[in-house]
Design a protein around this ligand. Structure first.
Ligand code: FMN
Length: 402
C-alpha cells in the first residue's frame, strides 16, 4: 500500500507537553466546563488553593556551578513500597475526566515505578486499580458505621491494597466566589440533555467517551454495600455528612483494624495533631490541606512542613501534598523534611490531556525536574538534601500547634 504519511496534518499538535501548566491549558480546552471546574475545585475565596502554589514560588535555591554530580538518585521507600522517585499519586474522586479514569492513572504510576492512592469516591473499583498497580493504597473518609468502614477496608485488603490512607481534613465548606460547577446526580436522559451544549463544545472529550459506548456514570463503586448497588457521588456525600465525626480514639481503632500494614493519616497541618497521629500508631502522615478544597485560609502545607518534620520526622514518615507542579517543588519539599510528596491536580491535568500517556508525561516532567534540581544543587541523591539547600524567606514558615 502507498505510504500516505505525508498526508498527515503537519500542524497537528503533538500530544506531548513540556510542563504541567501546558497540560492544564490542554485540559481546560478539552474538558466540558463543569468537569474542568470540578478539578480546579478550591473553596470560598480560593486563598488556600492559591497559597499552595505561591508558597513554592517564594522558596529559592542556592545552586553550585562546578564540581556537580553525575548521579541523580531518586529512589526511595514509603509506606512499605519501593518507589522510583519521591512522588506518589494522591487519591482524588475523579469522575468523568477520562473513560479509563483511575485505571489509567494506576497504570501510568506502575509504568513509572510509583504508588497509587485510590479515593473511595473514585469512579473505578479497587479490584481493577490494584490489578493495574500492585503498589496501591486505598483511601477512606470516616463515612458510615464502624461495621461499614471495616467492610470497605477488608474489601480493599482482599483486592490487594498495600496500605490504607485515612483522610480527615474535611469540613463540608461550600460555595466558591467564582461559582461551583453544576454536577448531575446521575447521567440520565434529562442530565444528558442539560449538559449536551457543554459536551458539544468539547468534541474530543465526547469522542473519547463515545468510543467506549458509555457515559460517565458518576457512581462510587468502592462504597457499594454487600449485595447492593454503587451509590451515586451525592448519595455517598450525604452518608458522609450524616456520619458522626471521628475522634482520635476512632483513628487508633481504624489503624488497629488494618493490622500492622502501612497506614497514613492525610490532612495534618499542626505539630500537636502530628504528635497525636504518632500516638495513634500511624506509619505516615501527609501534611496537606486537601489541595485548598477544605477550610479556606489554611496555609500552604509547605509552610507548615518544617515544624512538623522537625517534631515527628524521626518517628514516622512525613509526606506532603498540595501545590506540587514541578520537580523543583518536590526537591524543595524533600529538603525541608518530607520523605516524599503526593500529587493531585498535576496528574488530573495529564489524564485529561492525554489519558495514561498524559499521566506518564507528568511523572516524567517531575522526575526530569528533580534530576535538574539535584544536579544544580550538586547533590548525588534526594537523601542528601537538607534545609540548607533551600532559601526560606523570613516569615515563610507557619509553625502551627506548637
Ligand atoms: C478534584 C479533586 C478531588 C479530590 N478528591 C479527594 C479524595 O477523594 N480524597 C482525598 O483524600 N483527597 C482528595 N483530593 C485532595 C488530593 O488528594 C490532594 O490532597 C490535593 O489534590 C493536593 O493538591 P494539588 O492538587 O495541588 O496537588 C482531591 C483533590 C482534587 C483536586
Amino acid at each position: 500500500m502507498a505510504n500516505l504519511s505525508w498526508l498527515k496534518n503537519p500542524w497537528a499538535q503533538s500530544p506531548w507537553f513540556e510542563t504541567v501548566a501546558v497540560a492544564q491549558k490542554r485540559a481546560k480546552k478539552k474538558l466540558p466546563k463543569s468537569v474542568y471546574g470540578a478539578l480546579v475545585a478550591g473553596s470560598e475565596a480560593g486563598l488556600t488553593v492559591d497559597d499552595n502554589t505561591t508558597a513554592f514560588r517564594q522558596l529559592g535555591f542556592a545552586p553550585h556551578v562546578a564540581g556537580l554530580s553525575d548521579k541523580r538518585e531518586m529512589a526511595t521507600r514509603v509506606m512499605g513500597q519501593d518507589i522510583s522517585m519521591p512522588v506518589l499519586i494522591s487519591p482524588t474522586g475523579v469522575q468523568a475526566v477520562h473513560p479509563d479514569g483511575e485505571v489509567a492513572v494506576a497504570r501510568a504510576a506502575a509504568a513509572r515505578g510509583t504508588a497509587m492512592g485510590l479515593s473511595s469516591f473514585a469512579s473505578k473499583s479497587i479490584e481493577e486499580v490494584a490489578a493495574a498497580n500492585d503498589k496501591t493504597f486505598f483511601q477512606m473518609y470516616w463515612v458510615g458505621s464502624r461495621e461499614t468502614l471495616v467492610q470497605r477496608m477488608e474489601r480493599a485488603r482482599a483486592a490487594g491494597a498495600k496500605g490504607l490512607i485515612m483522610t480527615l481534613d474535611w469540613s463540608f465548606s461550600n460555595g466558591r466566589d467564582w461559582g461551583s460547577p453544576a454536577i448531575p446526580e446521575k447521567m440520565d436522559l434529562s442530565a444528558m440533555v442539560k449538559f449536551a451544549p457543554e459536551g458539544i463544545l468539547r468534541p474530543k472529550w465526547l469522542l473519547e467517551w463515545a468510543k467506549t459506548g458509555n457515559v460517565p456514570d458518576l457512581t462510587t463503586p468502592n462504597l457499594t454495600p454487600p449485595d447492593g448497588v454503587a451509590p451515586t457521588f451525592f448519595g455517598a456525600y450525604g452518608e458522609w455528612m450524616s456520619t458522626p465525626l471521628p475522634t482520635w480514639e476512632d483513628v487508633a481503632w481504624l489503624r488497629e483494624q488494618w493490622g500492622d500494614g502501612p497506614f497514613m493519616l492525610k490532612g495534618v497541618m499542626r505539630v500537636d495533631d502530628a504528635k497525636r497521629a504518632v500516638d495513634a500508631g500511624v506509619t505516615a502522615i501527609s501534611v496537606s490541606n486537601h489541595g485548598g478544597n477544605n477550610l479556606d485560609g489554611t496555609p500552604a502545607p509547605i509552610r507548615a512542613l518544617p515544624a512538623i518534620a522537625e517534631a515527628v520526622g524521626g518517628d514516622i514518615e512525613v509526606l506532603l501534598d498540595g501545590g506540587i507542579r514541578r520537580g523543583s517543588d518536590v526537591v524543595k519539599a524533600v529538603a525541608l523534611g518530607a520523605d516524599a510528596v503526593m500529587i493531585g491536580r498535576a496528574y488530573l491535568w495529564g489524564l485529561a490531556a492525554n489519558g495514561q500517556a498524559g499521566v506518564e508525561n507528568v511523572l516524567d516532567i517531575l522526575s526530569g525536574g528533580i534530576g535538574s534540581a539535584l544536579m544544580g544543587l550538586g547533590k548525588n541523591s534526594i537523601h542528601e538534601l537538607t534545609p540548607d539547600d533551600v532559601f526560606v524567606p523570613d516569615g515563610f514558615r507557619r509553625d502551627l500547634g506548637i
